[in-house]
Design a protein around this ligand. Sequence first.
Ligand SMILES: [Zn+2]
Ligand SMILES: [Zn+2]
Length: 205
Amino acid sequence: MRKSLAINVAKIGQNLDISFGSIENKPSNSIHFNDILSEWTREFLETTSLTTPEEQFTRLKGLLKLTREHNMYRIEGEIEFEPLLECVRSLTPFREKVTAHVSAYFVPETSAAFKNSGISRYMNDSKPEEEIELESSDLETYSYNGNFIELDEFIIDSLYLALPELPLCKEDCKGLCSSCGTELNEVYFEGKKISPIHTKNCSYN
Ligand SMILES: [Zn+2]
Ligand SMILES: [Zn+2]
């Protein structure tokens, strides 16, 4: 497997579509994510359980359009995926469909647009203790060097940013008992309702 998810600009031409999952009406100049998947991105998807490895990332769905604009490349589209999340109240693991709406520019590393961006200032900053605030527009700009556009960082960022900040397993999740830590949600098992059972010496008994 390739180390990084790099696409030759010659292959992009004026535009190129990158499809994820099964896509009906496949666009003419297109490549499939599974065919260009790199070690780095696969490792990220597996270790963060963003998708189920046993399904070979078929749960990633969507289409990204890469379009040339002068010497820049614009990438936009949607990636739908099903990350493994942990409820902030009850710590229950659960999966939820999330859609990442993405839009970013790839500019040549030598261009003025990149040099003026916060990312470049941050990278070249001689005083690392001084914090530079990245504006949201800066975060949507990536650089490319030479004839290859590397998509790993962009895809990883896009999926991460789409994750819910405070995931809840269900809207009315009751969380955990503040005394003994028992989950307070009623659980249904084989059609039967099981109410929370506090530990023996819990003050809520
Ligand atoms: Zn919960
Ligand atoms: Zn309790």
